[in-house]
Design a protein around this ligand. Sequence first.
Ligand SMILES: *[C@@H]1O[C@H](CO)[C@@H](O)[C@H](O)[C@H]1NC(C)=O
Ligand SMILES: *[C@@H]1O[C@H](CO)[C@@H](O)[C@H](O)[C@H]1NC(C)=O
Ligand SMILES: *[C@@H]1O[C@H](CO)[C@@H](O)[C@H](O)[C@H]1NC(C)=O
Ligand SMILES: *[C@@H]1O[C@H](CO)[C@@H](O)[C@H](O)[C@H]1NC(C)=O
Ligand SMILES: *[C@@H]1O[C@H](CO)[C@@H](O)[C@H](O)[C@H]1NC(C)=O
Ligand SMILES: *[C@@H]1O[C@H](CO)[C@@H](O)[C@H](O)[C@H]1NC(C)=O
Ligand SMILES: *[C@@H]1O[C@H](CO)[C@@H](O)[C@H](O)[C@H]1NC(C)=O
Length: 383
Amino acid sequence: MLKGKFGWKNHSFLIIVATLAMAVLGLGLHDMGAQVGSTSQITLPNCPEKCGNITIPYPFGIGDKCHYNHPEDGKFYNVSCDSSKVPKYGGLEIDKITVDGEFHVINDISYICYDNNGTKTACSCHRSWIRVTRFAISTTRNVIGAIGCDTYAVFSGTRMSSSSGFVTGCVTGCSNQSDVGTECSGIGCCEVSMPKGVTNISISTRSLNHHRNVQMFNPCSTAFIVAKNHGQSDKLLPYSIKSIITKDVAYFKHQKNLLNPIVYDWTIGRKNCEQAKLDKKHYLCKGNTLCYDLSPHQWGYRCKCKSGFQGNPYLHDCQDIDECAEEKKSGTLCKEPAWCVNTIGSYNCSCPPGYSRGNGTFNDPCIADDKSNDLPIIFKIIG
Ligand SMILES: *[C@@H]1O[C@H](CO)[C@@H](O)[C@H](O)[C@H]1NC(C)=O
Ligand SMILES: *[C@@H]1O[C@H](CO)[C@@H](O)[C@H](O)[C@H]1NC(C)=O
Ligand SMILES: *[C@@H]1O[C@H](CO)[C@@H](O)[C@H](O)[C@H]1NC(C)=O
Ligand SMILES: *[C@@H]1O[C@H](CO)[C@@H](O)[C@H](O)[C@H]1NC(C)=O
Ligand SMILES: *[C@@H]1O[C@H](CO)[C@@H](O)[C@H](O)[C@H]1NC(C)=O
Ligand SMILES: *[C@@H]1O[C@H](CO)[C@@H](O)[C@H](O)[C@H]1NC(C)=O
Ligand SMILES: *[C@@H]1O[C@H](CO)[C@@H](O)[C@H](O)[C@H]1NC(C)=O
């Protein structure tokens, strides 16, 4: 008897109901799925997101099927990850890659040391050739300079725009250790500025007087390009100048004491936005994105999500940000009694009925209509 109740007819009825329900809910579910799936996805499908602890976002990728597949430019986004789980880029260790354009690799600082008689005892005199040839040194995210009391540093590279050579440097000296401060002021530490769009950089550290007069407190000179320290004020180095100045040969001979992150600006290819757009097959900026160039001196272009959208703009269309979901947690967008309404690319604050002035934000909160205003509204509705 029971079986009869679940006959073919009933079954198909249930299926129809279920299908209808799914069709009704379908749109909403589909939207949610797309949003969650795409915004969290940062690599091509079936590609590893991480090597060890380091996230590798597309257009970078681990292995040939996972990075940007341009025939000439593709190799510059090729990351390797061996069994030690340390991501490598042409032999350099990668510290961090961000979707918005920072590429941090670990590089050694350059040094030279002398003994009491002014004889060189150790150095990285081979110069520290930085083996990133496609991207430019970030001029805003690094500190570039030298530390020592009888020191000069020379930085040379190539300008992307002209392929011409370029040299800069700085000199610093001091006669008394107590003159060396905590900031890179010019006494015991000097900084150089670098133009945009410089690549193939090498560093050379030298000494004017072979540290003869400062040997007691400063036997070595060092030169560096190092990521600005986020934790401290922008100008400060990740290490103490007062401390580095006293270090001797033994310290510098330990390779691991010399390693620092250095920041490059990564871009796509060598063409700017205007030129790159013409090559539809390889152009990477997806929907709801903006393409932008860094400087006329720098190769390549970048993509970013339009305001109010998020995701990896090189990989898929940027997705609308539901500002109101965030609003529920922070309550900083709309002032009560307004409530938040998400819109594509933005949001609105809605005032309840009876509050016809203001847009519901903190700058322009909803204002209750006073009695004298109520009347015309009622008349309007009735009329
Ligand atoms: C990942 O990070 C954790 C915590 O910072 C650290 O203990 C671990 O060694 C790291 N693993 C790798 C492969 O770098
Ligand atoms: C990417 O790197 C891997 C591992 O180092 C190498 O085998 C491969 O040939 C590289 N691919 C390209 C396109 O350079
Ligand atoms: C410096 O030179 C003197 C005389 O040539 C020598 O006796 C001394 O050992 C040298 N000192 C060092 C640290 O090399
Ligand atoms: C940097 O060096 C590499 C390898 O030597 C070379 O192919 C590239 O053209 C150089 N870049 C510039 C801007 O000169
Ligand atoms: C270095 O400066 C300190 C503090 O100004 C002073 O006491 C000391 O005598 C100076 N040393 C030399 C060698 O001039
Ligand atoms: C958001 O507010 C603007 C300006 O008041 C209005 O033009 C727009 O239609 C509103 N959008 C939604 C989805 O409510
Ligand atoms: C609300 O109004 C203020 C001031 O008139 C304006 O600055 C702000 O952009 C508006 N905000 C929204 C979400 O419409």
